[in-house]
Design a protein around this ligand. Sequence first.
Ligand SMILES: Nc1ncnc2c1ncn2[C@@H]1O[C@H](COP(=O)(O)OP(=O)(O)OP(=O)(O)O)[C@@H](O)[C@H]1O
Ligand SMILES: [Mg+2]
Length: 351
Amino acid sequence: MPVERIDIAHFRNITEASLTLAPHLTLVVGANGQGKTNLLEALYVILQGRDFRVASERDAIQLHESVATLTAEGRLGDHPVKWRHAIQRQPLRRLHSGPVVPVVLFSPEDVTLAKGSPEVRRRFLDLLLAPHDPHYARSLKAYHRVLLQRNRALKEAQYHGLIDDFTPLLIREGTYIWRRRSEAFQELLALAKPLHHELAGGEDLTASYHFGGAAHPVAGEETYRAEMQRRRPDEIVRQVTLVGPHRDDLEFFLNGQPAAGFASQGQLRTIALSLKLATYDWLAKETGMTPVVLLDDVLSELDSARRSRLLELVAQPGQQTLVTDTEARNFEALTPLIYHVGNGVITPWER
Ligand SMILES: Nc1ncnc2c1ncn2[C@@H]1O[C@H](COP(=O)(O)OP(=O)(O)OP(=O)(O)O)[C@@H](O)[C@H]1O
Ligand SMILES: [Mg+2]
């Protein structure tokens, strides 16, 4: 069981909280807008060293406060471990220490995975890869920095001479991002297909990985360079970099039909659920650890077959899970440890 105790100060609407977590399932109940997702987010940040929710890390600091801190204690295998995460507002600074533990988050927003903007799908892969592959995290950061500079050079005629100075670095970082993303996605898909088949009563899930702006899959630097040269005249006209992982997308198909155009809400949700369950298996294999599961308000949206698939997952021995719900009744029987959140204040729940 990774996390035994977590202490929170000035994180979102939580002024102060100290709580112990159950080795298996901890339930957090509260009405809308009270701080359930905030608590789940705090645990996510502790385990991953980064946030899944914010545009700027500053947003997670409590309003009118200058620093948010999270600390936690627990155990990985036989070793006691400690985590610490602090975010300072001015100047913006983030400190993190402690081991990275894989996390799978199920949230109502997952439904946007198959239908929302491409950015949602790129983020899904980045959040999966970056915490466990420092090379990927560094490449992603470097890539976006160089991309910004190259786009600036494309925008102003006087800097056009500089465009190609940025290209080799962009290609180097982009090649690694493309390789990791496309490989991970194929592995995920292979795991998701049978899960989806089972959950959707035989429907067939397939998907394509679209290498941003490229006419063909890009396997190495040479193809990448050729694609960049091909789009170069357009780039001068459109004044942005047209080829690269920043324009990637994933496309899902149900029985051969594009899901974004045809699938119902329920079908979109099943695609997302299969992918998330696949993520669990993928992370377990990739990291050799049991992922912590965070279920944010998802049960009420699932029918009974999908609900029991999820409950099966969290009932596994050694599985630590945090669940939020607006009411206790879905999970009450599964755990003795229940907290109530009201206006950011976390207290033991009274039966
Ligand atoms: N930086 C911040 N400082 C103070 N309050 C914040 C901050 N960020 C978010 N909040 C507040 O936290 C509350 C939302 O908390 P949260 O998203 O955890 O709600 P929830 O209990 O998950 O609700 P729901 O059931 O609707 O999902 C909002 O009232 C929001 O104003
Ligand atoms: Mg919420």
